[in-house]
Design a protein around this ligand. Structure first.
Ligand SMILES: Cc1cc2nc3c(=O)[nH]c(=O)nc-3n(C[C@H](O)[C@H](O)[C@H](O)COP(=O)(O)O)c2cc1C
Length: 349
């Protein structure tokens, strides 16, 4: 599929997750089969652009294209300026955040809170498109199904955004009110897809190849976006791609491969964040990788006492060497293991 002039390798997208989908993690997801990965949101507040956090988020060195940057804010003019700022720093696609329920964002009426003020939401889209269109930069938008169960306006907004020139819409199948509770529903995503001609991306609770297939079939969406299920399992993209192409499940990856992937991920992570922040912020990723493995709790505890890159790398290598002495492959993901028993094929990656 395409987003404007950009051809994507497939229709499996890594979701933007603040504090998670930084450049090293996006690169890994792309390497492991995601056709597209959107950056963590960048604030539209100009006074924060020089902060270390925002400048790290605006750094796309070595990232495979198309480079998509998500912007968040409440003021149409500031959002337009944020789009221009990020285009000047390499963004090839600008994504507008109307999906994030975090308080920090919502108290300022940004993120999914914007869905409650349709006129402002539309004004923001128009203003961002006005600076992006002359530069041939497609504008996409990510939203939820609505503000609350009684205020599901994703279809009406989708039509308005399409008329304004938004070129792709991602819908997380929850309302703002739900936060991350309950379950995502895909009826509203199907209704959005039926209402517009631009590509629609289905998001929410997709955690296995079978679920990806079912959501694509049910919603008729053009692509699926995976967030939390990729934390510590970035190879989920290749598992979904393989299943959609062949109808068979890949065997879980070899422990030796995951050891290598994680060590490479950590080195890339330290390069972006430096030793002090890097070792600390890497702990959550390491925790996700080992979550289902024997000895995970004690290992995570041990990680908290380590403050140097070399020692963290060494401890991770040792943990996986120990694991490899007892088994060849990682355990199957809980969601995939519980799903229907299609034929499983073993591959050596
Ligand atoms: C830690 C975390 C951070 C997130 N940050 C963002 C963000 O910056 N922008 C955004 O549009 N959505 C954000 N989201 C929402 C995800 O992109 C996605 O819509 C949501 O997690 C549902 O998909 P999933 O069930 O596959 O995780 C975040 C989610 C999580 C868990």
């Amino acid at each position: 599929m395409n987003i404007g002039p950009h051809f994507l390798a497939n229709n499996l997208f890594a979701a933007p997750m603040a504090g998670v989908t930084d450049r090293p993690f996006r690169r890994l997801c792309r390497q492991l089969g995601a056709g597209y990965a959107v950056s963590e949101m960048v604030t539209s507040r100009r006074d924060l652009w020089n902060s270390l956090k925002t400048s790290r988020r605006a750094n796309h060195d070595g990232e495979p294209g198309p480079i998509a940057v998500q912007i968040a804010g409440t003021d149409a003019e500031m959002m337009a300026q944020a789009a221009a700022y990020n285009i000047d720093r390499g963004a090839q696609i600008i994504d507008i955040n109307m999906g994030c329920p975090a308080k920090k964002v919502c108290n300022k009426w940004a993120g999914s809170a914007l869905m409650r003020d349709e006129a402002l939401a539309l004004a923001i889209a128009q203003s961002v498109i006005a600076v992006c269109a002359p530069r041939d930069i497609p504008v996409t938008l990510k939203m939820r199904t609505g503000w609350s169960q009684s205020h599901k306006n994703a279809v009406a907004l989708a039509r308005a955004f399409e008329s304004a020139g938004v070129q792709m819409l991602t819908v997380h199948g929850r309302t703002r009110e739900q936060g991350y509770g309950g379950h995502a529903e895909y009826e509203t995503i199907a209704a959005v897809k039926a209402a517009v001609r631009v590509p629609v991306v289905a998001n929410g609770d997709i955690d296995s190849p079978q679920k990806a297939r079912d959501v694509l079939a049910f919603s008729n969406a053009d692509a699926v976006m995976i967030g939390r299920a990729a934390q510590g399992r970035p190879w989920i993209f290749r598992e979904v791609a393989h299943f959609l192409a062949t109808g068979t499940l890949l065997a879980p990856p070899l422990v030796a491969e995951v050891r290598r992937l994680l060590l490479d991920h950590l080195r890339d992570h330290y390069q972006l964040y430096g030793e002090f922040t890097g070792v600390r912020s890497a702990r959550k990723h390491i925790g996700w990788y080992v979550k289902e493995l024997p000895g995970a709790a004690a290992f995570r505890q041990r990680m908290n006492g380590i403050e140097e890159c070399e020692r963290q790398l060494h401890a991770v290598a040792e943990f996986f060497d120990e694991l490899a002495s007892g088994c060849d492959r990682m355990p199957a993901a809980p969601a995939a293991a519980a799903a229907s028993p299609e034929q499983t094929v073993a591959v050596t990656q």
